[in-house]
Design a binder for this molecule. Structure first.
Ligand code: ZN
Length: 462
C-alpha cells in the first residue's frame, strides 16, 4: 500500500519539467518553425517542444512573445561580469572573444568557469601570443614592441607554438588582427592559416587594411581568401562594414564568390555606423584619414564623449584609450544586414560603463530598428544570423536551435517593444523588451530584470 502511494505521488512529478516556457511564438531558424508552442526544459536541455500544455516546476508565460534560440555573439571583447550583464539583457546567451582571442587559453577559461552569467569562449589569439613573445607593453591591443618591427624567425616559431598550444587546450579557432601589426609578414599570417587548416578550425580575422585606397579592403580580402584557399582553413572575416565602408557590396560579392568556388568563408557585421578601437593602435598611423575616409571630427573620445581635433588627437593618442570612429554609411549597414549569410556580431566592450553602444544594444537594435521599423530583413532571417549561423560556424550543433536535445539557451522577447537604449553618449543602458533570458536552463533575466547569484554560463570549447 505504501509503495502504491509513492508511485502515484511520483507520476505527476515525472511529467514535470524544470522549466516550461508556455504559449510563446517559437521561432527556430533551423527547422523553419514559427508557431505557438510550449517548451519544456530539464537538466539544462530542451526536452519538449509541444503544441500541448506542459507542466513545469517553474513556468514562464510567453504569450505574445517570441521564443528564440539564445543569441550567440561571435565578437564580444567584454568578458567580465559587467559586460555579461549587458549581453544578457540584450538577449545574448553565449559571448565569444573570437577576433583578438586570448592567450594563454587555459587560465582564461578557468577564471570564468562556474562564475559566469552566460556562456563564454575564445579563440587562441595571435595578437596576445605575439604581444607576449615580442614583449609589447600594450594590454588589450599592441602598441609598441610588436608593432614596430618584423618578428625574428625564432619569435615567429614561438608565436606559432603558443597559438597551437591554445588550440590544443580547446580554443575555438585562431583569432587574428593583422591591421594591428602593420609590419607582420604575409608569411607569418600564412603560417597561422596553415595551423588552422591542419586543425580544421576557422581563422577569425580583422584584415590588414580597410577602405578604398590601395592597399585597402580588396587587397586585404585577396590575402585572407588566398591563404584560406591554399591551407584549407575555414575563414571568418570580422566586421565587414567597418573594413569595406562604401565597398561593402563588392566585399560581400567576394565572400559569396569564394563560397561558390567551394571555400568556407563567412562574415559578420554590427548594426551601427561607427566602429571603435584604441587610439594608440597602429590603425591611426600616418595616412589613417585616407584609409578610413574620415577626419579628426569623425573621432569621438570615449572617456569624455568629445569630438577630436588635430591637437586633442595627438594628446589622447599619447595617453591611449578607446575612440569611436564615425565611418560607416547607414545604407552599407542595411546592405550587410539584408545580405544572405551575414551574421550579427557586436565587437563590443564596456569599461566602467564607457565604450560603444554596440556592447549593450546590438541584438535589440537589429530586432527593433532593422526588423520592426525599417523592415530591412524578416524576423526569421535576423534570428538565423544571431543563432543558427554562428552555432554552425562554431561547429556546436547543440546551440542556436529550439529543438529537443539542444542546450536550453533561450531568449524571450517582445517583437513590438524590443529596442536598444544605449547611445554613443550613454552606452551603458540595458536593452528593453527582452523579459526572459535562459542560459543552460537557468533564467538569468526574469521579468525584465537581471537575476543575481546565478552563474549558469559554461565555457564553450572546441
Ligand atoms: Zn576588429
Amino acid at each position: 500500500m505504501k509503495a502504491f502511494l509513492l508511485l502515484v505521488a511520483a507520476l505527476p512529478a515525472l511529467a514535470q519539467y524544470d522549466l516550461v516556457i508556455a504559449n510563446g511564438r517559437v521561432i527556430d531558424p533551423e527547422s523553419g518553425l514559427d508557431a505557438v508552442r510550449n517548451v519544456g526544459v530539464t537538466g539544462g536541455k530542451i526536452k519538449a517542444v509541444s503544441a500541448k500544455p506542459l507542466k513545469g516546476k517553474e513556468t514562464i508565460d510567453a504569450k505574445g512573445m517570441v521564443v528564440a534560440p539564445g543569441f550567440i555573439d561571435l565578437h564580444s571583447h567584454g568578458q567580465d561580469d559587467a559586460n555579461y550583464r549587458f549581453k544578457a539583457r540584450d538577449g545574448v546567451t553565449t559571448a565569444l572573444e573570437m577576433e583578438v582571442g586570448v592567450w594563454p587559453v587555459n587560465p582564461w577559461y578557468q577564471a570564468r568557469e562556474g562564475k559566469a552569467l552566460i556562456n563564454f569562449g575564445a579563440t587562441s589569439g595571435h595578437i596576445p601570443a605575439r604581444m607576449a613573445v615580442m614583449k609589447d607593453t600594450g594590454t588589450f591591443l599592441p602598441r609598441d614592441n610588436s608593432v614596430n618591427r618584423v618578428s625574428t624567425a625564432a619569435e615567429e616559431r614561438e608565436i606559432l607554438a603558443h597559438v597551437r598550444e591554445g588550440l590544443e587546450q580547446g580554443a575555438l579557432g585562431v583569432g587574428m588582427g593583422i591591421a594591428y601589426f602593420p609590419k607582420v609578414t604575409r608569411e607569418e599570417i600564412l603560417g597561422l592559416f596553415g595551423l588552422a587548416g591542419e586543425k580544421k578550425t576557422p581563422v577569425y580575422v580583422h584584415m590588414r587594411n580597410p577602405g578604398p585606397v590601395e592597399p585597402g579592403v580588396v587587397d586585404s580580402m585577396q590575402e585572407v581568401i588566398a591563404d584560406a584557399a591554399v591551407t584549407g582553413a575555414p575563414l571568418h572575416i570580422v566586421h565587414i562594414t567597418s573594413m569595406a565602408f562604401r565597398q561593402t557590396k563588392l566585399a560581400l560579392e567576394m565572400v559569396d564568390g569564394a563560397g561558390k568556388r567551394g571555400l568556407d568563408v563567412t562574415t559578420e557585421c554590427y548594426p551601427y555606423t561607427a566602429g571603435m578601437t584604441q587610439l594608440e593602435s597602429a590603425i591611426f598611423d600616418t595616412g589613417w584619414q585616407e584609409r578610413i575616409g574620415v577626419s579628426y571630427g569623425d573621432l569621438q573620445w570615449v572617456a569624455t564623449g568629445e569630438r577630436l581635433t588635430e591637437a586633442t588627437f595627438k594628446k589622447y593618442r599619447a595617453e591611449g584609450g578607446p575612440v569611436v570612429i564615425h565611418s560607416i554609411p547607414e545604407d552599407m549597414v542595411r546592405l550587410a544586414l539584408s545580405h544572405p549569410g551575414v551574421m550579427v556580431a557586436s565587437d563590443g566592450w564596456l569599461v566602467d560603463g564607457k565604450g560603444h553602444p554596440r556592447a549593450a544594444g546590438t541584438y535589440s537594435r537589429v530586432l527593433g530598428r532593422y526588423v520592426r521599423e525599417q523592415k530591412a530583413l524578416p524576423m526569421m532571417e535576423a534570428l538565423r544570423r544571431m543563432t543558427l549561423l554562428p552555432a554552425n560556424r562554431l561547429g556546436v550543433p547543440s546551440k542556436g536551435r529550439i529543438k529537443v536535445g539542444a542546450d536550453a539557451d533561450i531568449t524571450v522577447f517582445d517583437p513590438e517593444k524590443v529596442a536598444d537604449q544605449a547611445t554613443y553618449d550613454t552606452p551603458s543602458k540595458y536593452a528593453e523588451g527582452i523579459p526572459y533570458v535562459v542560459v543552460n536552463g537557468v533564467p538569468v533575466v526574469s521579468g525584465g530584470q537581471l537575476r543575481t547569484g546565478v552563474f549558469p554560463g559554461r565555457g564553450v570549447r572546441r
